[in-house]
Design a protein around this ligand. Sequence first.
Ligand code: FE
Length: 198
Amino acid sequence: MSGDHAGQAAPVAAKVRRLEALLEQRGLVDANDLERALDAFLARARPANGARVVARAWLDDGFRRRLLADANAALPELGLSMGGGLQEQQLTVVENTEETHNVIVCTLCSCYPLALLGPSPAWYKSEAYRSRVVRYPREVLRDFGFVLGPGVRISVWDASAETRYMVLPRRPDGTGNLDEQALAALVTRNGLIGVAPV
Ligand code: FE
């Protein structure tokens, strides 16, 4: 399904550090500039970004379709992107419906759309979540206090080194009068992972 992310992460990090050292040595890049760029990326990486994407998709069906078809191409409409690191990661947005509920995981390590969801929670990286959600998704959701009807199918999406996933939750009933900002405020990080309804 996916490569050995845990195995790849360390060599990649080492390569990045070597590259940084080389760039600094040659005076091409200032260590402080790199640090500032990283800090700026992390400061912008918040679940509020994912929530904005969801609220826009709920209100604008054209955007919703573009998002589901090619999330990387649609994100810049909201001033967002999957870049920020050295390399843009592929994002696939999976939409919850009446029949199907989606949950995301990285079974090998902790791949996750950081730019849109903020730093990942400890449980997302835990062995317990990674191993159980694939085999017993309904039980895992119940542990989060989220009970799905027996007729709802659950799709579990396993991130790879190249592809990250985000859930597009269903718009809650009775929110027809809310504007985009108010709708975004309803969306939680857990909803974007799929372990909460919204
Ligand atoms: Fe991973």
